[in-house]
Design a protein around this ligand. Structure first.
Ligand code: ZN
Length: 344
């Protein structure tokens, strides 16, 4: 019986050497290890052995079974490795191929400028305040010294929703709202960025919807020189250290005195060109000392406190900074335009 087992093992190993993949290997397993296989058959015949021989043969059968099992397993792994290798050879990856770009959005140039403006003024100790775009006539005009019938209301053709409700024509109502909330307390230093609406015909430099940033400071002994210093600091940070500003007298109902503020032309640096109409200066914002009436209506005593305010169009700043010639580019959302600002 020992010889028979030895023979069986050698036969099995010899067959395994030349066995084919898949079913052939499976058949071989059944032939030797299956329920009706040759090893099982030997085990069944052990009944005729003596009590001495039985454990020896039993052990031998187990050894042979283990050898055959291991041989089958290693053959199977060999086949699997071969399949994997063939697959890898077939699917070569060219690592030199450029990757497929994943399209990503970019920050809108207006959002960029707003962030930059906020950074500048937060650095100067300002807080950012916001208010509603659908505003009461009361806050948009009356609280800013523009009573009903005031001729200066014509400067800002408005989109009225009802008699008393309109799309805000400037961000100044946020000033009025914030001052009221402060209940006469100082100091107050805010900037208010946001969308505003006017009944303008759209062209290269006008839009019925645009973005403003308004600034307001109220406190003791606030003077015109504080305003000028603040605006000069802003101009230098936004347009470069060598920037200069120029103040010209102007009129706004909510400030007195009022000024219009120019920066040196960013194109010709003061030499004179088409953009600055040969003057060397470009107007960028309106400003002034807060009108005593406005302070009073908002709960401040103009004998004790003073303030300055300024307001600018964000589109105008962006157009000058990035050399954009048509304001409509900001709203048509042509990706070819927007992609140019992908520099973050
Ligand atoms: Zn110029």
């Amino acid at each position: 019986m020992q010889t028979r087992l030895q023979q069986l093992k050698e036969n099995a190993l010899a067959l395994l050497k030349q066995v084919g993949e898949g079913q052939e290997l499976q058949d071989l397993r059944v032939k030797y290890l299956g329920k009706k296989g040759e090893l099982t058959e030997i085990l069944r015949g052990m009944g005729g052995l003596s009590a001495e021989e039985r454990p020896k043969i039993g052990q031998l059968v187990n050894e042979v079974r283990q050898v055959i099992e291991e041989a089958i397993l290693s053959k199977q792994q060999e086949f699997e490795a071969r399949v994997l290798e063939a697959k890898l050879n077939k699917q070569t990856i060219d690592v030199t191929l450029p990757g497929r770009p994943v399209p990503t959005g970019t920050m809108h140039p207006l959002s960029r400028i707003i962030e930059e403006l906020e950074d500048i003024f937060i650095g100067l100790g300002y807080e950012v305040a916001e208010g509603p775009e659908v505003e009461l006539d009361h806050f948009n005009f009356e609280m800013l010294n523009l009573p009903k019938g005031h001729p200066a209301r014509d400067m800002q053709d408005s989109f009225y929703i009802t008699e008393e409700l309109l799309l805000r024509t400037h961000t100044s109502p946020v000033q009025a709202r914030t001052m009221l909330k402060k209940e006469g307390k100082t100091p107050l230093k805010i900037i208010c960025p946001g969308k505003v609406y006017r009944r303008d015909d759209d062209d290269a430099t006008h839009s019925h919807q645009f973005t403003q940033i308004e600034g307001l400071v109220v406190g003791k002994d606030i003077s015109m020189s504080d305003l000028k210093g603040t605006l000069l600091t802003f101009a230098k940070q936004m347009f470069g250290e060598d920037q200069q500003i120029r103040l010209r007298p102007s009129f706004f109902p909510f400030t007195e005195p009022s000024v219009e503020v120019d920066i040196q032309c960013v194109i010709c640096h003061g030499e004179g060109c088409r953009i600055c109409k040969q003057t060397g200066w470009i107007e960028i914002l309106g400003a002034g000392m807060v009108h005593p009436r406005v302070l009073e209506m908002a709960g401040y005593n103009p004998q004790e406190v003073s303030g300055f305010a300024f307001g600018m169009g964000v589109e105008r700043i962006a157009m000058l900074k990035y050399g954009i010639e048509d304001i409509r580019n900001f709203y048509t959302n042509d990706v070819r335009f927007l992609r140019q600002f992908n520099r973050s």
